[in-house]
Design a binder for this molecule. Structure first.
Ligand code: RET
Ligand code: FE2
Length: 281
C-alpha cells in the first residue's frame, strides 16, 4: 500500500538533506500546484458514488449536483464576506474529515485528534508561516486561530502517537508507519510541502482507491475525464466567483488554492461522511 507515498517521502527527505531550498517561493508554488492537481480530483467522484448509493433518476442527479455546487459556492462566498468564520469552519471540518482516514480507531475523539494533528504539526513546527497563511486566507484575527492550534498541538500530537500505536497493533502497520513519518515531516518541512505530501499521497489515494473499487464499471477514459473535467470546473468556477466579488482578494496563489480546496471540501465532506455512515450500517 502507498508505494508512491514512500517514494515521494524519501524524495523530499533526500532533497532536504541535500540542502534544496524547500521553503523558497518556487518550491511552495510547486507544492501548491501538486496539492491542487493531485488532491482536488479525489472529490470528483463524489456524485458518481452518490448515484451508486441511491438509485437516482435524471432529475435526482441534477438536484444532487446543484446542491453540491451550491454548498461549494456558499463556502466560496463565505471566504469573501466572513473570512474568519470560513477559516474556523474549514479547519474544523478538515479535522473531522482527516480523522475519518483512521477507520481502525473506534473512539471518535481519537479520530478527531488524529485529524487535527495534520493541522497542528505544521502549526507548531512553523508557527510564523502557518499564521501568515491563515491571515492571507482570512484577516489579522486569524493569528489568534493559529495560536489556539499551537496551544492544542502538544496534546493532539501525543494522543495521535498513542493512536499510531493502536493502529499498528491492530494490523494497520502501513498506515501507522506512513502517518508517523508524515506527521514528523509535517513538523519539519515547510507547511505547504508537508501538506502536499499528506494530501496527495495519503489522503487522496484512500478516497480514490475506494471510489475506483465502487465505480469499477467506469472505463479508464471515463474515469480520467471525470477527474480532469470536474477538477477543472472547480478551478474555473472559483475564478469566476472571484471575478464577481466586489472586493477582490489580494493575490496569494497558495492562500487561494487552500480557499478553493476548502470550498469544494464542504460538499465533499458532507457527502463522503454520509456515504461512509451508510456503508457501515
Ligand atoms: C491552510 C493551511 C493548512 C491546512 C489545510 C487544510 C485544513 C486542508 C484541508 C483540506 C480538506 C478538508 C480536503 C478534503 O478532502 C496547513 C496544513 C495547516 C498548512 C498551512 C496552511
Ligand atoms: Fe477528502
Amino acid at each position: 500500500m502507498y508505494p508512491a507515498y514512500w517514494v515521494a517521502a524519501v524524495t523530499v527527505v533526500a532533497a532536504t538533506l541535500r540542502g534544496s531550498p524547500m521553503g523558497q517561493p518556487a518550491a511552495i508554488t510547486a507544492a501548491t500546484v501538486l496539492f491542487v492537481a493531485g488532491g482536488l480530483p479525489h472529490g470528483a467522484y463524489d456524485l458518481a458514488l452518490f448515484r451508486r448509493a441511491i438509485a437516482l433518476d435524471r432529475y435526482g442527479i441534477t438536484l444532487a449536483a446543484s446542491c453540491y455546487v451550491a454548498v461549494a459556492a456558499l463556502m466560496a462566498i463565505m471566504w469573501m464576506i466572513m473570512p474568519l468564520a470560513a477559516l474556523i469552519l474549514f479547519l474544523a471540518v478538515a479535522a473531522v474529515h482527516f480523522g475519518e482516514d483512521w477507520d481502525m480507531l473506534d473512539e471518535p475523539l481519537l479520530r478527531l485528534a488524529a485529524g487535527l494533528a495534520v493541522i497542528a504539526a505544521p502549526a507548531i513546527g512553523h508557527r510564523a508561516d502557518v499564521s501568515r497563511l491563515f491571515v492571507a486566507m482570512s484577516d489579522g484575527r486569524a493569528t489568534f486561530v493559529a495560536q489556539i492550534i499551537v496551544a492544542a498541538a502538544p496534546v493532539t500530537l501525543m494522543v495521535t502517537a498513542v493512536s499510531i500505536g493502536i493502529a499498528w497493533r491492530s494490523g494497520n502497520r502501513q498506515w501507522a508507519s506512513a502517518m508517523a513519518l508524515c506527521l514528523a515531516l509535517l513538523l519539519i518541512l515547510p507547511p505547504v510541502v508537508g501538506f502536499a505530501l499528506f494530501f496527495v499521497f495519503l489522503h487522496s489515494p484512500r478516497h480514490l482507491s475506494q471510489a475506483r473499487a465502487t465505480l469499477g464499471d467506469m472505463t479508464p477514459a471515463q474515469w480520467l475525464s471525470t477527474g480532469v473535467l470536474l477538477s477543472g470546473a472547480a478551478i474555473i468556477g472559483w475564478w469566476a466567483l472571484q471575478g464577481l466579488s466586489p472586493a477582490p482578494m489580494a493575490w496569494n496563489m497558495t492562500a487561494q488554492a487552500f480557499q478553493l480546496l476548502a470550498s469544494v471540501a464542504m460538499p465533499h465532506f458532507l457527502l463522503s461522511h454520509w456515504l461512509a455512515k451508510r456503508l457501515h450500517q
